[in-house]
Structure formats: structure tokens, C-alpha cells
Ligand binder design. Sequence first.
Ligand SMILES: Nc1nc2c(ncn2[C@@H]2O[C@H](COP(=O)(O)OP(=O)(O)OP(=O)(O)O)[C@@H](O)[C@H]2O)c(=O)[nH]1
Ligand SMILES: [Mg+2]
Length: 329
Amino acid sequence: MRVIDRIGLILDIFAQRAQSFEGKLQVELAQLRYLSTRLVRGWTHLERQKGGIGLRGPGETQLETDKRLIADRIRQIQKRLEKVERQRNQGRSARRRAELPVVSLVGYTNAGKSTLFNALTGAGVYAANQLFATLDPTLRRLPISSNLTVILADTVGFIRQLPHELVAAFRSTLKEAADADLLLHVIDASDERSDETIAEVNRVLGEIGAAEVRQIQVYNKIDRVVDLEPQIERNASGEVTKIWLSAKTGAGLLLLEQALEGVFRREVIHRRVHLGPTSAGLRARLYSTARVLKEESDGAGGWDLEVELLKRNVKLLQDLDESQVSMNG
Ligand SMILES: Nc1nc2c(ncn2[C@@H]2O[C@H](COP(=O)(O)OP(=O)(O)OP(=O)(O)O)[C@@H](O)[C@H]2O)c(=O)[nH]1
Ligand SMILES: [Mg+2]
């Protein structure tokens, strides 16, 4: 019988679930790091499962050879991961350029993040009653009102005492959460130990630098709890702090959509802009990042536009002098 400890088990599950190239590399890196800690503790022989294992150098003990090979492979994977991460960051800054707010679903594994993601976006993301169904972050555009679209991110689930090898490995994936404008912290309302999982998720969020990101707690699976109805809770300033719903039945989804609209509504501003004939470039950018409500030619090669855009994008209009922009809401 193969004896396997908790970390080994988690790593095995991760290895089975990783879909993307990056996910696979991260899992292998975590496995190797874990293996090397075991070696130090006196495991003198390494199972030769992966190809490319070289010959023992002169005077090297088996342990030294194993350590060296693992260290080589770790370096190799780290290099590749750095490359993938650079590409990922480019994707992230492309999104930033598109200037849409990012909403990340975070929470304990099996809480229902992917089910909620699918319910909101109509996407077919894999959701299953198993640990770590999701390993790779998935992103979709989610229109939340006529004038506002956000990016919704589904992320890897957290787990109690996530081995630090794994936290490190998935740090870059979890950055998606740290970079978000809003976190939807999905909680299994039918889980009696939800207080502990909430604390654990918040602890990991702190570790990845996401403690300050605004959070709404989404108590999911209310269909499994007797007498629990869809509802919403606000703090003294009227901001939504908690929502109870069921991603599976759809009960309460509307409350969440309204809450999202409420969070981001204040982000939308309304402007009238006059663009001269030389501002065709800016006009094109307004069409891609703002919502153009009205446009009229000024008869002299320029345009009068009425636009709605996010506050954070107002810098687009900075190049225009004051007389060309009129405030309105
Ligand atoms: N009864 C009920 N089951 C739900 C609800 N939402 C999700 N589930 C079930 O809970 C299980 C886990 O759902 P997922 O959406 O995969 O959970 P997850 O949070 O994405 O899990 P990881 O990707 O592992 O972090 C699945 O069997 C879902 O069908 C709900 O509102 N009610
Ligand atoms: Mg999932």
C-alpha cells in the first residue's frame, strides 16, 4: 500500500486537476519543493518516475544526486513560470487598459464559486463536488447594467492549512484576487464550520496582499438550509456586506446583481465632450472604453459627444482642455 500524507494527497489532487500549462508547472514545482524537504529529512532514494534523470556524478551519494537533479528541475520550472507569468501580467495590463473593474470570486474549495460563476455569466466552467475542481483562473465579461460591464474571475479554492509550498506556487494565480476591485467571498451556508473557513480564507487573502480589497460575503447553498431565504445585509453606511443566495436554484442571484450594480454605479460618470477634427484617435478610444450615448458632427470636422465612462477612465479626457468637457453628473 502506498502511504501518503496530507500534503502529498493535496499535491496529487492538484496534479490531476491542473489544466493549463502554468497550472501544471506550478503543481510540479510544488511537488518538487515538497520532495526536496522530504529528502533533507533523510529519504535517501528517490523514485525515478520522471524522465531525464542523469547519472550520478563522481563521488556523489545517491542523496546528493537526487538533490542536485531536483534543484536543477526546480530552476528550470521557475524560469518557465517566470515567462508564463510575464505573459499573464501582459494580459492583466491589457485588461487594465480596457479599464473594466475586476470582480473575483474567492472562497473555500467546494463553496460553489464556479457554480456561481456559471450562473452569473452563463459560462460552462467545470463545477463538481470535489476538492479543487478549479485550479486555473477563468475570466469572463459580465454586463451588470446597461452602462456597466465588469470582469468576473473564478479562482482556485482555498483550504485549511494550505501547505506553504502550494500557497507559494499559486501566488501568481491568486494575484488575480489581490488585483480585484471587489471580492465576492463565497461561503457554503450549509457548512457548520463556515466561521473557520471564512477566517482561513481571510488569512490567505491577507497573505497575498488582498486584505484591503472590498469584500462582499456571499452565503451560497441556502437551498440546503431550512428557513433560509435570499437576503441582503448592509453596514451603517448602506454598503452591502452579506448576501444569501443559491447559485444552484438561482434564488437571490438578482440581489447579487443589484449589489454589484450598486457598488460600481458610483464609478460611472456622464460627460459632454467636444472633439476637434484632430481628435479621431481619442474618439476611437472613447468608443472602446466608454459608452457613447450621443454623437453629433459639429459641422467643422469635429464632434459633440455625450458619453458615460468609469471614473478611473476620466484620464482619457485629460488631454482635452476644460472648455471642451462639460461636467454633468
Ligand atoms: N445545493 C447546492 N449545491 C451547490 C450550490 N452551489 C454549488 N453547489 C454544489 O457544490 C459543489 C461544488 O461547487 P463548485 O462550484 O465546483 O465549487 P467551487 O467553489 O468552485 O470549488 P473549487 O473549484 O474546488 O474551489 C458542486 O457539487 C455544486 O453542484 C447551491 O447553491 N446549492
Ligand atoms: Mg471551482
